[in-house]
Each structure stands twice: as C-alpha cells, then as structure tokens.
Design a protein around this ligand. Structure first.
Ligand SMILES: Cc1ncc(C[n+]2csc(CCOP(=O)(O)OP(=O)(O)O)c2C)c(N)n1
Ligand SMILES: [Mg+2]
Length: 327
C-alpha cells in the first residue's frame, strides 16, 4: 500500500493520542479519579492505529479490555470516552459501561465483553449482516493470546470459515494472560498457524512495527471485502504496564520490560519519519504538545461532567417488575 506524508502524520498522531490518553488514565486512576478496573494498552499502539487506519466507515470492530485506543481511532470522541471512564453521565454509555464496556454502535465499535472469547463468536453476527446486506463492509475482532485459548475462538473462526464471512481475527499476543506467560499457555510459538486448521490464511507479524500492521490488515481486509473470507493475524507485542492498574506485576523481570521498551512502536516510527525526512523533530514535538492539550481538554470535560442520578439507575436496563406480564 502507498502512504502519503499526510497518512504518516495521521498515524503518528493516532499513536501519540493513544499513548497520551492511556498515560493520563494511569495517573488519574492512581489518584482515585477513575472507578473500576482499567487495563492499559501502552506499548500496543501500532496495532490499534494501523488496524483502524485500514477500516472504513460502516465496518465493525469488537476489541477487548486493553483497546481504548481503538475507540479513540474510530472517532467516538475523547471527551465522551474519558467521561465514560470517569463514570459520568456525559460518557459514551452514560457512565454505565466504564472501561470494560465502552463502545458506540453508531461508530461500528462494540463494547468489550467481560467473558474472554465471547466476542470471537458474537463478531460473526456482524460480519454475517455485512455479507447478507452485501455492503462490502467487514467485521474485525481483536483479542489477546489468553482469549485465543478459549473454545469460542476456535468455534468462531471455524464458523467464519465455513460461511466465508468477512471476519478478520486479530490476536494481540503480548506474551501474557494476566501472570501466565505464553510458554505456559501453549506449546506452539506461532498462533497464526491455527488458521490452517480451519482453512483460513494465518500471518504472524511484529505488532510494534506499524508498517507490518498496515500491510497485514490491508491484505486481510481486502480479501474479506472481496468475498475471500476470514484471515487470522497474530501480532507479537508487549504491554508496558501490569495486567490492570494496581497489578504488582512481579511476574515479569525489569530486564524483560526494558527490552520491550526499546522496541517502542512510537519511537521506531518517529525514527523512520526523521530518517526519511517526512517530519523534523520540532514537528514531532508539536504533535505531542497538540495531543497533550487535547487530552487536557478530555480530562477537564470529564471532571466537570455530572454523575448519573438515582433515576438513571433504572434506565437503559432490563429489570424485573412484579406488575409486568413477565412476572
Ligand atoms: C472466560 C474468562 N476467564 C477468565 C477471565 C479473567 N480474565 C480477564 S483478562 C484475562 C487475561 C487475558 O489475557 P489476554 O487474552 O492475553 O489479554 P491481555 O490482557 O494480555 O491483553 C483473564 C484470565 C475472563 N474475563 N473471562
Ligand atoms: Mg495477553
């Protein structure tokens, strides 16, 4: 695929946006401003930005608990996402979804599912609808190496294969499922090889290389749009933070963390931009400053937003009512 300088700048902006947004969450969670659980995607920005770059309006993506970045790149709005994470009424799900369930169907982004693996079957309902309507759109599901060991992943991939659905399965392999290293999860090194068991092309890529992500998703999305069926993409990456904020993270060595920080997807991309004279250092610095101001605005919006009221507890939910016909 060919990329203009404008495309490259947008990709940098998106990655810096994810990093800055997530880092702000880290700080504010520690300060007690963010309720519930938060799993940060710092270190995995290239996969999210690169994938969303190749999505079109009308496509569907169901990502997981570590992918706020997908929501940002799909344009659901940082104000409304931050407010959601703060549990405020102005949030994208009126403060009722939180980090784990934030999503916006109008923007083709499903909320994450609290049951690992469940989304890998549900996503086929969306791709089936795209196929049925013949709208040329696709559905993508993004999940971790741990989720790839759930039965639903295998059922979902097989279902997508036999129905030739435009579903793209993306494993973000960060080497751990909470504290369990991949070596204790699987005997195989290459999870993308599992595609062959279902007659689906599989590809393993360096998920910290934005160009590898762009190339793999561009090819897989094209195949899906053209009726060629699903693809399995495994992106090797690493999460810089613990499994969730507050995780003591004693199961990973400092050397290992440092090793992966050296492979920072943003640093690598900036190096490319400088070496190829797409941007100079001052322009890159301006991107970081611009994004910081943007995220400052999201935080202010969230902090100044009202909390849901007691009446809000009973809206948008199904509940048992003794007087109803269901009783
Ligand atoms: C069926 C099920 N089992 C266990 C959990 C608890 N749980 C939440 S996240 C997680 C690990 C997920 O690891 P992975 O899929 O690799 O994603 P990562 O957190 O590394 O991004 C587990 C075991 C769950 N949510 N659902
Ligand atoms: Mg993992």
């Amino acid at each position: 695929m060919t990329l203009t300088n404008e495309d490259l700048r947008k990709l940098l902006e998106d990655m810096v946006y994810i990093r800055t947004f997530e880092d702000r969450l880290r700080i504010n969670f520690a300060a007690g401003a963010v309720p519930g659980f938060v799993h940060l995607g710092i270190g995995q920005e290239a996969i999210m930005a690169g994938t969303c770059f190749n999505l079109q309006d009308g496509d569907t993506i169901g990502a997981s608990h570590r992918e706020h970045g997908v929501l940002l790149c799909r344009g659901i709005g940082g104000d409304r996402l931050m407010a959601e994470l703060y549990g405020r009424k102005t949030g994208i799900c009126k403060g009722k979804g939180g980090s784990m369930h934030a999503g916006d169907l109008a923007k083709g982004t499903l909320g994450c599912n609290g049951i690992l693996g469940a989304a890998q079957t549900i996503i086929n309902g969306f791709s089936f609808a795209h196929k049925f309507r013949n709208d040329g759109k696709i559905a993508v599901t993004m999940f971790g190496d741990g989720a790839a060991n759930r039965g639903e992943f295998h059922e979902g991939l097989n279902f997508a294969a036999i129905w030739n659905l435009p579903t793209v399965y993306m494993i973000n392999n960060n080497g751990y499922a909470i504290s369990v290293p991949k070596s204790k999860q699987n005997k195989m090194d290459d999870l993308s090889a599992r595609g062959a068991a279902y007659g689906v092309p599989g590809v393993q890529i360096d998920g910290n290389d934005i160009f590898a992500v762009l190339e793999a998703t561009s090819e897989a999305f094209k195949r899906a749009r053209e009726g060629g069926g699903p693809t399995l993409i495994e992106s090797k990456t690493y999460r810089w933070r613990g499994h969730f904020e507050g995780d003591p993270d004693t199961y990973r060595s400092e050397e290992e963390k440092e090793f992966w920080k050296e492979k920072c997807p943003i640093k690598r991309f900036e190096k490319y931009l400088l070496e190829h004279e797409v941007m100079n250092q001052a322009e890159i610095d301006d991107v970081w400053k611009m994004i910081k101001d943007r995220v400052d605005g999201h935080q202010k919006f969230a902090e100044e937003s009202p909390w849901p009221t007691e009446e809000d507890l009973l809206s948008d939910v199904y509940f048992y009512d003794e007087g109803s016909v269901l009783a």
